[in-house]
Design a protein around this ligand. Sequence first.
Ligand code: CA
Length: 233
Amino acid sequence: MSTANSPIVLVIEDEPAQLELLSYNLKKEHFRVLEATDGEEGLLVADEAQPDLIILDWMLPKLSGIEVCRQLKRQSRTKQIPVIMLTARGEEADRVRGLDTGADDYMVKPYSVRELVSRTKATLRRTRPGSVGETISYGDITLDADQHKVHRDGEVLRLGPTEYRLLCTLLERPGRVWSREMLLDRVWGRDADVDYRTVDVHIGRLRKSLYRSGQPDPIRTVRGTGYSLDYDV
Ligand code: CA
């Protein structure tokens, strides 16, 4: 079963049988799956739900897959989301291969669903390691996403579920400055009824949980912007 920490995959595909097959197989592998059946809807859902990965069909009603991909990669809110494009043989595949779409990977139809699921996992291991059970380390902090455990300097830390998700997100890109808005989207989800103050409160709790006497505070506050996992190790 998928859990609140399972990665979210958005599938944008207009053929019902294909969509159902993909959805079924991804859910079986514990992904949370969102579906869209045309390009416009796909863009909307991507912006609203901030999925961890998008599987995007080339031939779509309203807006083609290639145009959807371009728009996703142009928007600051969606450009980090990896896209796996599904294409027919021939010219389409050549153009995706040329990467003029910004797609991160592509598969030529008819593709093997198993291969697509395994490429989905491989992409997420690179982009969202905490979401697929990988162990991530930064300095003396280690997060074991499989065991759901966090260590600092060899000692097990007790973190609340929100603090755990916050740390998971910060650990993906040490040094990157995350705005409160980005953290809200990623940790609470877009629809959550919370404000920036909530982010500050949970960052405070995370700091407290990570505190070890004699060790530096690993979270840097970037005035007027947000937070970053950043310290001299
Ligand atoms: Ca199609």
